[in-house]
Write a protein that binds this ligand. Structure first.
Ligand code: K7E
Ligand code: CUA
Length: 764
């Protein structure tokens, strides 16, 4: 046995024997010692105990955070605040192969604007799909403010499936907000533009520039937005900001605020006062109230015209049909948040110190009685503030966003200028508690805070600045998410989590057990299109097909080899690689990276992905698996040979670096017999316990059985060659036999450890 193999085998047996031994006793430090050493208080310890999650522990909630300028979504657990995943959405993300394989490139291509690839997004507001106002755990939507787009992420595999581009807007901030049964996803424009492609000078701003609100139709059955069935409300150029959908009594309605109803157009360089002055002169802006249910009926009845291929409800039509109203709201507002029961709407003004509570009942009454204080310059009826307001409460300077608690009437509002969270009662209009935040809080998120039945428990402050909170890492600081315990009367700060991936803006949090993500795809799955891939390849069916200058490679990956290991093409060929990961084991993702061709794939168990590129230059291009998937991962490699045009192969075959004899073969066989003994003892341990009661172990055993099957095939091949006296091939196949044995043993040991750690019982 050579040294390498001897060592590997002794590791296996060592692991086997060592498992029963207790780990060496660790130093007996007391809690007091640690507190003293690290300068911790009782309060710190309590906070730690509330967030600390021991190894293997799970979080009660999963938070989905916007990744701001990164264009991603970030997933983390609450209360541990451990980051679990970044989801590539509007931006290529190499770890997931997102934007590198043909399938995900097709998703990103849906987000092209005027034929141009847009390689970033400014994500702001994620939203879960809902059923009767409750998060159903199926989909997540998120908007891109910079390029007005909405993306759909399927939560069964946490992958982005669709991107739609708004047909009218040139920016969109007020998305994504869903209606109570995910009939529609709201997406409001921000900066007014002329609808259509024409250039229109700013001098014609009032007449030709427009704001708007799109209701994207969602098809729950296929999990995709339907642009052809979506419609947009044309709106005055007031800089529409955030939105929220009505619930309960206000179901069927949508609310969108605005921050520059002055319709100022800026122009410092022309000697004009800047936007910030011109957009904050009036004491009030407008909340826009839209009736989407009635609008949908108009669309269904064929009463709405399409412009640029998309339904556009003009202001004139909306006013005539009585489905669009305005209500004054405090100066430069930011958040608009409908209460879980749909009876109230809270709006806060950035330049005010009050939160304003509107009553849906009052608004509805005014609409029904056609009681308006006038019309705006575009003819839209205005409901007087006094006819809509329930109360106003002084909450602090620069209030932004409000989240609802599980406790009735209790809300939390972020106070930007004062760096504070104010807990208050919106029914009675009184402040209950205030907590300082570091620093300048934007959005807040409470657990299931946007649903019809918020859970309360935790609140996370999404802060704009992180000065002095963390070790310095250069001028660009991380973001700071601060976890707050809101289960008691007083808010308690528990934890600071730095988040180094774009300004978060908004986060939504869902009960973890509502999510049921898969661990593997059906073999040969195109995950982006959610269907069987036409390039699915089964074991033993790998092939290379040439059609003129186009070469299609149908390959597979399984521990620890890529088939094919040698790909030969000609200079100038267009090459499409199609790889299927044959693994069924959890977490056995293989990567695929190739020199110089910008090919980088992530192939999760069962997935089939493709990469198409032009082999422009003759040469040798190594490729390999990028995931440390097994002990022989480094050997998971191959070569793309791009031959010069008209290249004639020289005579001879591949000369191996090492020659093997019968003695080498016998040595390898001996190793295999020893390894088999290890495997047998592990199998004996597993089968003598109630392993079938442990689903993790059942999965491991299935995987191990597969590997053992491959081992048997390799063994047969090696014995065949040995019988013919071909000890070169016999030794190599015996070595392959051993490779499969090692994988089997590795799985077996993991299964055994799991049984031991989880108190499996002996059954025979
Ligand atoms: Cu940053 Cu909702 Cu886009 Cu407020 S938003 S903070
Ligand atoms: Cu597969 Cu490394």
């Amino acid at each position: 046995m050579n040294v390498k193999k001897k060592r590997a085998l002794s590791l296996l047996t060592g692991a086997l024997m060592g498992l029963g031994m207790a780990s060496s006793a660790y130093a007996q430090t007391s809690l007091e010692d640690v507190m003293k050493d690290r300068g911790l208080t009782q309060k710190d310890l309590l906070a730690a105990a509330k967030t600390y999650t021991p190894s293997g522990g799970r979080d009660e909630y999963l938070a989905f955070s916007s990744g701001g300028q990164s264009g991603h979504v970030i997933v983390y657990g609450v209360p541990s605040m451990r980051i679990l995943k970044y989801i590539g959405v509007f931006t290529p993300e190499p770890w997931q192969g997102y934007g590198f394989d043909d399938e995900s490139k097709a998703v990103l291509a849906q987000g092209r604007i005027d034929g141009k690839d847009i390689k970033f997004g400014d994500t702001h507001h994620p939203a879960f799909s809902e059923t009767k106002g409750e998060y159903n755990g199926r989909y997540l939507f998120i908007n891109d403010k910079a390029n007005p787009r909405i993306a759909v992420i399927d939560l069964h595999d946490f992958e982005t499936k669709q991107i739609v581009v708004n047909p009218f807007f040139r920016s969109a901030h007020g998305g994504a907000f869903v209606t109570p049964n995910t009939e529609y996803v709201m997406d409001a424009a921000q900066y007014a533009v002329p609808f259509g492609d024409d250039f229109v000078p700013l001098e014609e701003f009032n007449e030709k520039y427009r704001g708007g609100l799109t209701y994207w139709k969602f098809n729950d059955k296929v999990g995709r937005l339907e642009p052809e069935n979506s419609f947009t409300f044309e709106m005055p150029p007031y800089s529409q900001d955030l939105s929220d959908a009505g619930k309960g009594p206000s179901e069927g309605w949508g609310f969108t605020n605005s921050f520059c109803s002055e319709r100022y157009v800026g122009g410092i360089e022309r000697g004009r006062p800047p936007f910030e002055a011109g957009c904050s002169q009036k004491d009030t802006d407008f909340m826009h109230v839209t009736n989407w249910k009635k609008a949908a009926e108009l669309v269904a009845a064929g009463k709405v015209k399409k412009v640029n291929g998309s339904y556009l409800i003009t202001m004139e039509q909306a006013v005539k049909e009585g489905i669009f109203f305005l209500i004054p709201e405090p100066k430069s507002p930011h958040g608009v948040d409908v209460s879980p029961d749909g009876t109230h709407i809270i709006v806060s003004g950035k330049l005010d110190s009050h939160a304003w509570v509107y009553s849906w009942e009052k608004i509805k009454k005014a609409i029904e009685a056609k009681k308006f204080e006038g019309k705006d310059p575009y003819g839209v009826p205005i409901i007087a503030m006094k006819d809509a307001l329930h109360t106003q409460v002084q909450v602090g300077l620069g209030p932004l966003h409000t989240q609802y608690d599980a406790k009735e009437c209790v809300v939390y509002t972020s106070i930007y200028v004062d760096s504070m969270v104010t807990k208050w009662n919106y029914c009675e209009g009184k402040v209950l508690d205030q907590l300082h935040i570091h620093y300048n809080v934007g959005h807040l998120v409470a657990m299931e805070g946007d649903s019809a039945s918020p859970d309360g428990k935790y609140l996370i402050a999404l802060n704009k600045l992180a000065i002095d909170r963390f070790n310095p890492v250069g001028p660009l600081h991380p973001q700071n998410h601060q976890l707050i315990d809101i289960s008691g009367d007083k808010m308690q700060l528990l934890y600071d989590m730095p988040l180094p991936l774009g300004e978060p803006h908004y986060v939504v949090a869902i009960k973890a057990d509502k999510l049921k993500p898969v661990v593997r795809y059906k073999t040969g799955w195109n995950s982006r299109a959610d269907k069987k891939s036409e390039f699915k390849t089964r074991a033993g069916r790998e092939k290379t097909v040439r059609d003129g200058n186009k070469v299609d490679v149908y390959g597979t990956l399984i521990r620890s080899h890529i088939t094919p290991e040698i790909i030969e093409v000609e200079e100038g060929d267009t090459v499409s690689l199609h790889f299927t990961n044959l693994e069924r084991a959890q977490d056995e993702t293989h990567g695929f990276a190739m020199y110089g061709q910008n090919v980088n794939l992530s192939i999760e168990p069962g997935k089939t992905v493709s990469a198409t590129f032009k082999a422009e230059k003759a040469g040798v291009y190594p490729y390999y698996c990028t995931e440390f998937c097994s002990a022989l991962h480094l050997e998971m490699q191959g070569y793309l040979l791009v031959k010069p045009k008209g290249y004639k192969a020289k005579a001879g075959k591949i000369a191996e670096g090492t020659k093997y004899t019968k003695a080498d073969y016998d040595k390898q066989v001996k190793t295999n017999v020893d390894t088999q003994a290890v495997i047998d003892s592990v199998v004996a341990f597993i089968t003598s316990h109630n392993y079938k009661d442990f689903s993790t172990v059942v999965d491991l055993v299935t995987d191990a059985t597969d590997q053992l099957g491959f081992a048997a095939e390799a063994k047969k091949k090696s014995e065949g060659f040995a019988a013919k006296g071909d000890y070169q091939n016999a030794t190599l196949w015996a070595g392959q036999h051993w490779q499969y044995q090692v994988k089997t043993a590795d799985l077996g040991l993991r299964a055994k450890t799991h049984l031991e750690e989880n108190g499996a019982k002996k059954v025979k």
